[in-house]
Design a protein around this ligand. Structure first.
Ligand code: G3H
Ligand code: 13P
Ligand code: ZN
Length: 311
């Protein structure tokens, strides 16, 4: 089976009230752990690559590894560029065989975002590739913003129809209070997402797939594992799983997860090296990382995203 786009998987996800996991990849063990989990759960999956991952592993290695994962699992897999920041990087991924790209114009003005997104859509659609755009800015916990500044960062539902119509994007990432990384909320505060914005966006864009970035749940078992075996990740906090589940039942069809993969793999490897101080064969500790990651992704697919048994 060749790479697929996200079109069919999003149509089914929207109708079925679940979401597809979009997992960031940059090496063989991560790709194997994710795709083996998806195979066990009989779920489609999106593998996504950031500019940093592309630089680290090289485009050719990643596309060949994903090709191998498809041959190995026979799953519908979409290969997606995460946070493409220019037309050129999107073009390079489209020309280089990706089936989906994100053009992240969220740092630009509304009109500039439309212009660059439209340019990518025209190039991508002519080559059978789908495009994700973004409206609104994801906050970071370090951004000590006041309430009105925070409001300005959330997606404005009044803009979404015009953005989608004028650009022709296939999916839209929105900002409702999630953020990238392992420190999403201040310690002691109650995690909150703006479900009212998601609901309003859903009303204005019927049957249209919405994307949530910054959606790691930062499982405390892995935070503890990292901390117990020599790491230091104080106050790591993610999005509660039940909130992600709720979003998946609404218009959200793609949920982006990277930090949880890093955390889980690092925790397992730290534990392995602590328990086996004599081990120095990378296969020994990478295997533990891959096994733990596979189990975590299976849990997410089954209990959080809800995409098990949807092939
Ligand atoms: O959204 C960002 C992803 O977590 C990718 O992170 O740029 O460090 O690869 P990265
Ligand atoms: P996390 O940092 O929450 O895993 O978000 C990843 C992401 O949004 C990738 O685009
Ligand atoms: Zn992101």
């Amino acid at each position: 089976m060749p790479l697929v786009t996200t079109k069919e998987m999003f149509e089914k996800a929207y109708a079925g009230g679940y979401a597809i996991g979009a997992f960031n990849v940059n090496n063989m063990e991560i790709i194997q752990g994710i795709t083996e989990a998806a195979q066990l759960e009989k779920s489609p999956v999106i593998l996504q690559v950031s500019a940093g991952a592309r630089k680290y592993a090289k485009h050719i290695y990643l596309t060949k590894l994903v090709e191998a994962a498809i041959a190995d699992t026979d799953l519908p897999i979409a290969l997606h560029l995460d946070h493409g920041e220019s037309f050129e990087v999107c073009k390079s991924c489209i020309d280089g065989g990706f089936s989906s790209v994100m053009i992240d114009g969220s740092k630009y003005s509304f009109e500039e975002n439309i212009a660059i997104t439209k340019q990518v859509v025209e190039y991508a659609h002519a080559r059978g590739v789908v495009v994700e755009g973004e409206l609104g800015k994801l906050a970071g916990i370090e951004d000590d913003v006041n309430v009105s500044a925070a409001d300005a960062m959330f997606t404005n539902p009044a803009e979404v129809e015009e953005f989608v119509t004028r650009t022709g994007v296939d999916s839209l990432a929105i900002a409702i209070g999630t953020s990238h990384g392992a420190y999403k909320f201040k310690p002691g505060t109650k995690p909150q997402l703006r479900f009212d914005i998601l609901e309003e966006v859903g009303k204005r864009l019927p049957n249209f797939p919405i994307v949530l970035h910054g959606s790691s749940s930062v499982p405390q078992e892995f935070v503890q594992m990292v901390n117990q075996y020599g790491g230091a990740m104080p106050d790591a906090i993610g999005i509660p799983e039940e909130m992600l589940r709720q979003a998946a039942k609404m218009a959200v069809c793609k949920i982006n997860i990277d930090s949880d993969l890093r955390l889980c793999m690092t925790g397992a490897i730290r534990k392995h090296l602590h328990d086996h101080p004599d081990h120095f064969d990378p296969r020994q500790y990478l295997k533990d990382g891959r096994d733990e990651l596979r189990a975590m992704v299976q849990h997410k697919i089954r209990n959080v995203l809800g995409s098990s048994n949807t092939l």
